[in-house]
Structures are given as C-alpha cells and as structure tokens.
Design a protein around this ligand. Structure first.
Ligand SMILES: [Zn+2]
Length: 343
C-alpha cells in the first residue's frame, strides 16, 4: 500500500444511515463531486467486511482519497465486493483499480458492463464516423460540430480500463449486505440498465444518478442509437421508484442526502413535461433543428463536454415527441439535417 500523500485533503466521510457511510470525492467537471458509499458487510463466515458502491474518476487524487478511506474507515476488514451503479466515468472510473487494490469482485448489471467495456475499447473508425453523422444531422454551428467530432474516444480517456469479468446484478434481485437485504431496482434512460439499491429496513435508497436533489439527471440520445427514446425509459423508471415509501431516505450520487422522494420525482416528471411542451410549441412554426431546440432549452454558454449532453438531451425530448405522434422528423433537403415539425 502506498502511503497517502500529506497534500491530499481528508476525504469527507459521513454516516448516512445505519451501516452506510458516504464519501464525497472531487470531480474535475462543473459537477464538482460524486458521493460514493461504503456499506458494512460480512463474509460468508460472518467476519466483518465492506461493500463499496461506485468509485469516483480514475485519477491519482481519487486513489489517494481511497487510501485514506482504507486507513480511516475500512481498517483491516476486507472489501467483499465493488458495486457500480452505471457505466459513466465518475461511477466506474476507478473500478479496476479498486477491485485490484482490495482483491474484490465487480458487481454491475450486464448492459452497463457491456457498454463500459465496449466504449473503453472502441476507438474504431466506424464509431468516429457514427459520431460525425449524428452531430452533422443536428445542424450545429461549424466550430461546435468540429469540436464535437474531434473529441475521439473521450470515454476511454476517462475510463482507461474496465474489469474483464464481473458478477451480474439484475432488476428484482436481492443482495444480503451485512445485516440487511437490499433490492436491485434497474432503470433505463440515464444509462441503459442503471442499478439503484433499496433497503426496505429503514427505507434507504442508494439512488445513483436516477434521482438527484438539485439537478435533473441527464437523459440523452447518443450516436450509436440516434432514434432511441430514452426519455420514455427514464420517466418509467422514475414512476417505478415513486412506488417506494414517500419518506425514503435518498442517497444520491451528487448533492445532499434528502427525504422527499415523491416530491422530487414529481418535480422531475413536471420538468420533463414542461420541456416537452416547450419543444413542441417551438417546432410549431416552420419546424426546428436539434441545434435550435438545444439553444432554447439550454440558454447559456456550454463547453464541448456539456454540449454533447445538451444536444443529446434536446434530441431525447424531440424523439419522445415523435414517438408520441406530437412531432414528425424530416431530413432538410439542402443539408440532410433533421427538422422536427408538427405531424
Ligand atoms: Zn451518470
């Protein structure tokens, strides 16, 4: 074990619920932190152990913070498993390092593992070409299009390694962690098969990115599946999470712990209804491109990283409106860009 550097700040460790500790790790994005979770667990023989949920980004700072967590919280008890809620770099970035460091197996849903593994290995030309075609169809300004298509495999830069084998989590599955049963609740929309963990005893939800207190989780269409309707899956996932008790303690991946699960889900559902209505109305007069809807939806300056999420989210709303029969998609004759009009 490498000795933690004295210049590394202390990790912010707080007890979130009985047997559950939260650790706030820094992120090098505008979204400047992620909460990861450490759960008191046991080995088969009853000895004390730990289960980790999510990892932080792959960086030397995050590794040093985990070393401090090992020294301050984990002590001599082994890590029994590393659970990753979904494939995004802030959640899975350090999974390979943590699994090796603690000699622990990775647990994920199959779609999330497959996508992570594929994206970190896929720097193929056809993948780059799909990106160019996809962003060209959005009628973005030349410099924005150039920046988006010049990014190469940004995922592989954030997630250099994904473990080559894993243990599968599935929706409805129960996991015994320490003295408690946790149910796996899977949802699409934010990512293909995002796993939340719910403990009925004390009503605790490890929500991942499905329900966040301050920001609306990103719901995006991506180049690999340009006609997808991830918003339908996301809204369905929120409605299923709303079946949990109203006073559920929500442990989100970003922002503070909170206890108004139903109220927050209702706000998120309303937010998307309003965005759908706005996009539908904007498209009424002669049609709109994805770039135009993106500008209307995100009325601020966006860097290249944020632009991929913003255009993807605008398109998610437009595709949902097409699926609902509220809009039609055309190809603009002059440049082939997508134009969305009333049906
Ligand atoms: Zn995410």
């Amino acid at each position: 074990m490498t000795a933690p550097s004295p210049t590394v700040p202390d990790p912010q460790i707080t007890q979130a619920a009985p047997g559950v500790w939260g650790i706030r790790l820094p992120l090098p994005f505008q979204l400047n932190h992620i909460n990861v979770w450490v759960l008191a667990d046991r080995l088969e023989n009853g000895d004390a152990a730990w289960t980790l949920v999510d990892t932080g980004v792959a960086s030397s700072l995050t590794r040093s913070l985990w070393e401090k967590v090992a020294a301050d919280l984990l002590g001599d008890a082994p890590v029994r498993r590393v659970i990753v809620t979904h494939f995004h770099p802030d959640h899975i970035g350090l999974a390979d390092w943590l699994c090796r460091r603690f000699n622990a197996p990775l647990y994920m849903t199959r779609s999330e593992w497959l996508l992570a593994r594929m994206l970190c290995l896929d720097s193929s030309e056809e993948n780059a070409e799909a990106g160019r075609k996809f962003y060209s169809a959005m009628a973005l300004d030349g410099p924005v299009l150039a920046a988006l298509t010049a990014r190469g495999n940004a995922y592989a830069r954030g997630v250099p390694v994904v473990p080559a084998c894993f243990n599968r989590l599935s929706g409805g599955q129960r996991l015994r962690i320490g003295d408690h049963d946790w149910s796996i609740i899977t949802s699409g929309g934010h990512s293909p098969e995002h796993a939340c963990l719910y403990r009925a005893d004390g009503a605790v939800l490890i929500a991942g990115d499905m329900v966040l207190p301050r920001i609306s989780p990103n719901v995006s269409v991506w180049p690999a599946e340009p006609y997808a309707d991830p918003l339908a899956e996301f809204l369905d996932g929120l409605r299923r999470l709303r079946e949990l008790p109203a006073d559920t303690l929500v442990l989100p991946s970003h922002g503070p712990i909170f206890q108004e699960l139903h109220g927050r889900i209702d706000e998120l559902l309303r937010h998307h209804e309003e965005r759908l209505a706005d996009a539908e109305r904007d498209c009424a007069n002669g049609g709109r491109t994805v770039a135009q809807i993106t500008r209307a939806m995100f009325n601020r300056t966006l860097d290249t990283h944020q632009m991929t999420f913003a255009t993807g989210e605008a398109l998610a709303h437009l595709n949902h409106l097409v699926e609902q029969g509220r809009l039609r998609r055309h190809h603009r004759p002059d440049d082939g860009a997508w134009l969305f009009t009333p049906p």
